[in-house]
Ligand binder design. Structure first.
Ligand code: FMN
Length: 437
């Protein structure tokens, strides 16, 4: 079967996570360049569109201690991507950078630099970042609330695009920005790359976040990989596009997902048992609940039921930010307790079940068929894959799944071009300056 639509892959690493099993003796270090060189080159062998790094501005904390159950710390995303640009040729290099604590001129110059040095392969995942916990790093505290973080994000991205577009005219062209939350006067620092300007990704799932993506982003990175939820998400986001003068293909949808694959479904299920139990240790399972409950749950047995006490609602947890507190925490805890009780799941089994929601488990051919369903439904344009092992966790996708997808006509057989924009199937920027106010 052939279809015109294609699925694409990006490889995504969160700042910290338990999705990647760093403790395995098959895992390499998150500090070593060699680790990510191998991942990026494997992804490139599989014609992946992007190598994509999340970013945490501060080590994650948990009840006043560094949260080091998974990993603590990783080299800065843009520095790492600049190094990877030298050992790859086609794959896009996407850095998550927030608009709350960065400065637009500085960030515009750094992204423009990555774009030039990689010959048009840079992308910027725009995030607003949760507040006070990260903000203390900058002595600003939680200085912007949710709505203002998105107001600043809009002004910020518009300002960087004006700098990039001005640079396309002539380096040194003066740009004056005088917004409520972003203002500066500066000469455009650099000329454009081969793709005109970096590709804009967006991650943030609220109504404001989706609206911002609909107005501004080229790619939206979501946490909705299941087929039904992906279809609903796509409908919601695409209905927002016409108001911004954009068509349904102008915004590409890339949910995050994990893949556990093998020759047969049975082998893949067996592998999944190992992977999910290695990802979610008893300690990790209990710690997963703690930010919702807002209290130390270390007395609870991971093999027993979820805590029958309600969350503390008036304390802001340092790990996940205020969005998880208050009514939402109470509701979440009650929902989780009910659904775990309905299926008689222990804490650990429940956390494994929840984290498995984002995972495709099956034989190569089964999963390739499932992905064809996504393509036919136009539910996604691609998946951002988080490998469960590093550096060799992409091997079975590249060697086993991709050939099956290519056979079904839903995966590229070569890179479409040299830039990230081309390899995502995005229209070239014909008229530079199109977004300049
Ligand atoms: C899929 C996804 C990935 C994200 N990745 C990051 C990240 O790497 N760094 C970061 O600071 N925030 C990240 N965020 C958080 C956003 O910056 C934002 O603070 C948060 O989602 C709250 O905004 P919202 O209410 O619009 O979702 C991510 C959010 C989503 C949905």
């Amino acid at each position: 079967m052939t279809t015109q639509r294609r699925i694409r892959f990006g490889v995504f690493f969160q700042g910290v996570n338990f999705g990647t099993i760093w403790s395995s003796d098959r895992s390499a270090s998150q500090y070593d360049f060699e680790t990510f060189r191998r991942v990026a080159q494997t992804a490139e062998r599989g014609l992946f569109s992007a190598f994509f790094l999340g970013e945490g501005l501060r080590l994650r904390e948990h009840f006043g201690r560094i949260h080091d159950l998974d990993i603590a710390g990783r080299p800065d995303a843009q520095t790492q991507l600049a190094a990877l640009a030298a050992v790859t040729e086609r794959i896009g290099l996407v850095a998550t950078q927030n608009t709350t604590y960065n400065d637009p001129y500085d960030l515009a110059k750094r992204l423009n630099s990555l774009d030039l040095l990689s010959q048009g392969r840079a992308g910027w995942n725009v995030v607003t970042t949760d507040n006070a916990w990260t903000g203390a790093n900058f002595r600003r505290g939680g200085y912007l609330d949710h709505a203002d973080r998105y107001r600043r994000a809009r002004e910020f991205v518009a300002a960087t695009q004006r700098l990039w577009d001005a640079g396309a005219g002539a380096v040194g062209t003066q740009v004056n920005v005088d917004g409520d939350l972003v203002s500066f006067a500066a000469p455009a620092p650099l000329p454009p790359s081969a793709q005109g300007r970096p590709v804009i990704f967006q991650a943030g799932d609220s109504d404001e976040g989706r609206e911002f993506a609909a107005s501004t982003a080229d790619v939206i990175f979501s946490a909705h990989p299941g087929l039904e939820e992906a279809i609903a998400f796509a409908a919601d986001v695409r209905r927002r596009l016409p108001a911004h003068g954009r068509g349904p293909d102008d915004l590409k949808l890339f949910p995050g997902a994990q893949f556990i694959l093998a020759e047969t479904d049975a082998e893949a299920r067996e592998k999944a048992e190992w992977v999910t139990h290695a990802q979610v240790s008893p300690q990790t399972a209990v710690r997963f609940l703690e930010p919702i409950w807002g209290r130390d749950l270390s007395e609870y047995d991971a093999d027993g039921p979820l805590p029958d006490i309600d969350p503390v609602v008036d304390e802001v947890d340092g790990q996940r930010g205020s969005a998880f507190q208050g009514r939402r925490a109470l509701e979440t805890a009650r929902q989780w307790r009910e659904s775990a009780a309905a299926e008689n799941l222990s804490i650990r089994e429940f956390v494994i079940r929840r984290s498995s929601l984002r995972t495709f488990v099956g034989g190569y051919s089964t999963i390739a068929d499932r992905i064809v369903q996504y393509v036919d439904a136009h539910a996604v344009d691609g998946f951002n894959v988080s490998p469960y092992l590093v550096p060799d966790g992409l091997d079975d996708i590249v060697d086993g799944l991709i050939p099956e997808l290519q056979e079904r006509g839903v995966y590229p057989t070569e890179y479409a071009g040299t830039t990230l924009r081309a390899n995502l199937g995005l229209p070239e920027i014909v008229e530079r300056g199109e977004l300049a106010a």
